[in-house]
Design a protein around this ligand. Structure first.
Ligand SMILES: NC(=O)c1ccc[n+]([C@@H]2O[C@H](COP(=O)([O-])OP(=O)(O)OC[C@H]3O[C@@H](n4cnc5c(N)ncnc54)[C@H](O)[C@@H]3O)[C@@H](O)[C@H]2O)c1
Length: 387
């Protein structure tokens, strides 16, 4: 019997798929599983199929990737792909410094756009991009992957259920040791450590922290940050030493609209003594919770021990055992894939994506003001971003 399910095929130009994020999270963990499962089924019965078109600079790498994953089309001519009327969506995971221009060109050509963060290197560019996207009437979305992670989904549920009472503070700890590259090769690209190439942990992470904070507690009203370059020399992909001109650690305090104080350390120069590479703790009058990428534990007021400070005695309280696991109560898939599925649904149904270019611009703004706070040694209030 012929398949009578209404179908829609979305052709997605994917630029930057030879890179870490573009390849692993977006192609292999998101678009290919959606393609290989026969597409995404919407509640109204429509099936969305996806057709990736790989875009990049290196013919050999693209051809190899296309062959490995059974992808029919690839191109090194990004402008031609963007001009191709058969392409529905342009996706960008290039290095940050090339993003804003490519996205603006795609939007002007009438493409829907989905992109890695940050959308631009400056707030001015990010807002301009948001304006162009709004005028073009396309669906535009930015990766807010952390909000889709099981740990943060559970944490958000606790917020929604009023578990915390009045939320007092949030503490975040993010980071791990990124090898300098002289002995063992570095596990992150060298451009991340060069300011002139769009690198730096503030630019990289503060846009994440902005949407994480907005998603959990509300708007950020002020920032006080201190960025540092702890490791001044690193070795690149060719084994050559280079001066690390970008910050590799940032210590930030964020004042929230609900009165809570958030404090997040981000560092590529720390060693991990945590359960996960990122952890957030929320403390409230009625309870506290700690969430990582996957796990979340909570402690209610009525289960809170009453420790007494006495450095003369060994610790007898098993503090870590006094927290209860927060269950998922649902199948929580890869965060990038979940957001892709939401974005593809938005494109087909015409619904705006939850995390659009203005949200992206607020992330860029927090990074920009965080760097200014550090350079000027002062607290900075955050003005509202408008088109
Ligand atoms: N959402 C997240 O958690 C997350 C994590 C890491 C990185 N990112 C973002 O993803 C983007 C890509 O980061 P990545 O770690 O995959 O980087 P990467 O260096 O591994 O990949 C960069 C990609 O851009 C391409 N590129 C285009 N022009 C280039 C140029 N002039 N120099 C070098 N590469 C060029 C490369 O070929 C490659 O495909 C960045 O914007 C970064 O901020 C997001």
């Amino acid at each position: 019997m012929p398949d009578s399910t209404p179908q829609r095929t979305l052709r997605i130009a994917m630029n930057g798929v030879t890179g870490r994020m573009g390849y692993r999270q977006h192609l292999v963990r998101s678009i290919l599983p959606i393609r290989d499962s026969g597409g995404l089924l919407l509640p109204d019965g429509t099936r969305i199929r996806v057709e990736p078109i790989l875009v990049g600079r290196n013919t050999a790498k693209l051809a190899e990737l296309a062959e490995r994953h059974g992808i029919a089309e690839w191109s090194t001519d990004a402008a031609a792909v963007i001009a191709d009327p058969s392409i529905d969506i342009y996706f960008d995971a290039q290095v940050t410094s090339r993003r804003a221009e490519a996205l603006a060109a795609a939007v002007k050509a009438g493409k829907h756009v989905f992109t890695e963060k940050p959308t631009a290197e400056t707030l001015t560019e990010a807002v301009e991009l948001a304006r162009v996207a709004a005028n073009a009437g396309v669906t535009a979305g930015v990766v807010h992957d952390k909000l889709y992670l099981p740990g943060l989904v559970k944490l958000r549920r606790l917020v929604d259920e009023g578990f915390f009472g009045r939320i007092l503070s949030l503490r975040g700890e993010f980071g791990y040791w990124v090898f300098e590259g002289d002995g063992q090769p570095a596990q992150r690209p060298s451009w991340n450590y060069r300011a002139e190439d769009g690198g730096g942990i503030v630019v990289d992470m503060f846009c994440h922290w902005n949407y994480v904070l907005e998603g959990l507690l509300g708007k950020v009203e002020a920032v006080t940050a201190r960025a540092a370059t702890h490791i001044p020399t690193r070795w690149d992909e060719q084994g050559k030493p280079y001066p690390a001109t970008a910050d590799d650690a940032a210590y930030g305090i964020f004042e929230m609209e609900n009165g809570a104080i958030a404090q997040i350390n981000s560092s590529w120069a720390v060693r991990v003594y945590r359960d996960e590479l990122v952890e957030f703790q929320i403390d409230g009058t009625h309870g506290s919770a700690v969430a990582g990428l996957r796990k979340c534990v909570a402690q209610h007021r009525s289960h809170t021990p009453k420790p007494v400070w006495n450095p003369d005695l060994p610790v007898t309280e098993p503090f870590r055992d006094q927290w209860l696991d927060v269950p998922a109560n649902a199948e929580l898939d890869n965060g990038f894939k979940l957001q892709w599925e939401e974005f593809l649904t938005d494109v087909v149904t015409g619904r705006p994506h939850r995390y659009g270019m203005l949200s992206a611009a607020r992330g860029v703004q927090l990074a920009e003001l965080g760097l200014r706070s550090s350079a000027e040694g002062r607290r900075i209030e955050i003005p509202e971003v408008t088109l």
